[in-house]
Write a protein that binds this ligand. Structure first.
Ligand SMILES: [Zn+2]
Length: 592
């Protein structure tokens, strides 16, 4: 314990010195924007912090008794100061800096510090401390970037979406600011941890230290919470979402939840569904050809069919489409919504674990042996929906003949479909086209130049550098592209009207935030997500002969529909009889 005093002093001295120096430097420089000044101060302080820390260590302090528990305390302080800017900003919005909040606000970093340190302390051991801290620093640097920049919440469904996102999508998001976060909050501190010379004592002493440090941290936390218990009660009960921006505590919690929701003990057994499925159509009727387009990130209020001021659906306007203005999504991300849309479960019943353990509507259709099912994907993948039916990846120029600079166009998915349709002679057909659509943040990449009707547009993936109008314009141009894609899909169906009853269904998987209240992209927990993320664009088109078989008059456009209706409406459209079908959720038959 002889060297404990200098060890504690190091971060304090260093922090003080780097802040003083940074603010002196900043006074000498003139910044045009407040934002530039803040980012400069931020990165400058961090960089000095590291130079000083590493320098101080290299100067040969007595570091022989640098224990793992002390390292945890230092790193936890670091977390509290540099990785929680979004948390402090959100908290100050709810608890402004006024006299009655002073104590509470100052106690928050203490509670956050004790909690972070406690988690690490409990898991610490000779073999785990360094890898754990290095991983936490690297992951938290990225978490901090996304939270500070896009104010996202890293809950378990966001993690699922991120883990299912491929490299190409990640490159869309990559920016200089992200690289800086990675270097200064990820790599450099991780290197410091890697190099920190730790000494270990015997097992008994290490365990005693763990116990002592844990109890001390719990005691401090309890005192801080007890002292401002009124504030903490409202913090915990009425302002629950605030804790979602704590770093690394919340994402660590989300990882636990993700693992719990995803992995179960034992292998995954997929329960069959609708084995009794039978098609009830008369034998002399024309076979059915339905194309289901799964849209990407299109919010309903940016569709001019829904009254939006920018004309984003000029071509669809001239088609005889049935536009559904009030459709809500099952989730706020692709990974949550897409499997839920096709599953037998309603939004309230659905969970990822239940979804992957049950067959979905595509399987039920396949069980009839009279419907050919094909899934073409230009988005990411089918999120587990098309595992047991034919699947074609259209994000590569091997299959998609319309790819420019790595960006494959949705229209490419239509090529070759005529041949496929002809080859399914006499059978009903369901083709699912999973669009790239309005995948953000690089909306400007989602359309060809000829679709750039709304200008000026945001031409960077750094959304916060663009005005809200520029972001919205790029987003609207991408909808124009989808408008053209859907009309081309309808045109393709019209070519088969003599031999089939044809229909197109379109439904977006979730909506998108475009900077309203500083929120971008999508993926917020459903209960706190704005309407922009959950109210989705949806429409349908039927040829004349198909329409005659449906009771269109009973569709109430003012009614609220949701992804829950898709499963049963698809079965209804194909006239499938099965115990899995619920007529009250079928858009076309609910009132019969
Ligand atoms: Zn999506």
């Amino acid at each position: 314990m002889t060297s404990s005093v200098p060890m504690v002093r190091v971060p304090m001295v260093v922090l003080k010195s780097c802040f003083t120096h940074s603010s002196q430097m900043i006074d000498m420089l003139n910044f045009e924007h407040e934002k530039q000044r803040i980012s400069y101060t931020f990165f400058h302080s961090i960089s000095r912090y590291f130079r000083y820390t590493i320098f101080t260590f290299s100067q040969g302090l007595d570091i022989k008794t640098f224990t793992q528990y002390r390292l945890i305390l230092i790193i936890s302080i670091f977390f509290v100061f540099f990785y929680n800017l979004d948390f402090y900003a959100n908290t100050l919005r709810v608890y402004p800096f006024i006299t009655q909040n002073y104590g509470f606000l100052f106690s928050l970093p203490v509670v956050l510090f004790t909690l972070t340190a406690l988690i690490f302390t409990l898991v610490a051991s000779k073999w785990t401390t360094k890898p754990m801290l290095i991983f936490a620093l690297i992951a938290s640097s990225m978490a901090a970037y996304f939270m500070d920049t896009y104010h996202v919440v890293l809950d378990d469904s966001m993690l699922r979406n991120t883990l299912q996102t491929d490299m190409k999508e990640s490159l869309d998001l990559l920016s200089i600011k992200q690289v800086l976060y990675f270097i200064f909050l990820g790599l450099l501190p991780a290197y410091f941890v890697f190099k920190a010379p730790l000494s270990y004592r015997n097992v008994g002493q290490e365990l005693f230290s763990k116990l002592k440090q844990s109890l001390l941290l719990i005691l401090i936390m309890a005192l801080a919470i007890f002292a401002f218990s009124k504030h903490y009660t409202s913090f915990a009960r009425e302002h629950k979402p605030l804790r979602y921006s704590t770093n690394p505590t919340y994402w660590i919690y989300s990882v636990g939840k993700y693992i719990d929701k995803t992995f179960a003990s034992g292998p995954i057994v997929v329960a069959p569904l609708g084995l009794d499925a039978k098609i009830m159509t008369k034998a002399d009727a024309l076979p059915k050809l339905i194309i289901m387009v799964v849209g990407e990130a299109v919010r309903a209020d940016h569709f001019s069919l829904n009254g939006y001021s920018n004309e984003t659906t000029p071509l669809l306007k001239h088609e005889d489409v049935l536009n559904l203005p009030h459709v809500s999504s099952c989730g706020t991300s692709t990974a949550a919504s897409v499997p839920c849309m096709f599953s037998v479960y309603s939004k309230s019943e659905y969970s990822y674990k239940k979804g992957i353990r049950s067959e979905n509507v595509l399987d039920v259709l396949a069980h009839t042996k009279k419907v050919s099912v094909l899934w073409r994907d230009n988005n990411s993948d089918s999120k587990g929906v098309a595992i047991r039916v034919p699947f074609e990846d259209y994000r590569t120029d091997k299959t998609n003949s319309i790819c420019v600079e790595g960006e494959c166009r949705d229209i490419g998915m239509l090529i070759g479909l005529n041949d496929y349709i002809k080859a399914q002679a006499g059978k009903d057909i369901l083709i699912v086209l999973h669009q790239m659509g309005n995948h953000g943040p690089a909306y400007f990449k989602r359309y060809e130049k000829s679709f750039e009707k709304f200008t000026p547009v945001c031409e960077t993936n750094q959304l916060e550098e663009c005005s809200q109008a520029e972001i919205s314009n790029a987003y609207d141009n991408a909808i124009l592209y989808t408008d053209s894609f859907l009309v081309k899909t309808i045109a393709l169906l019209k070519q088969h009207m003599q031999t089939h009853q044809t229909a197109m269904l379109y439904m977006s998987d979730h909506g998108e935030s475009l900077g309203e209240n500083g929120i971008y992209l999508h993926g917020l927990p459903y209960f706190m997500a704005p309407d922009a993320q959950t109210h989705v664009a949806a429409l349908m088109w039927f040829d004349k002969s198909f329409k005659e078989t449906l009771n269109m008059s009973q569709i109430d456009l003012s009614q609220n529909y949701s992804h829950d209706n898709l499963f049963h409406s698809l079965l209804g459209l194909f006239n499938v009889q099965t115990s899995a079908y619920k007529q009250q959720l079928d858009i076309f038959r609910a009132k019969q």
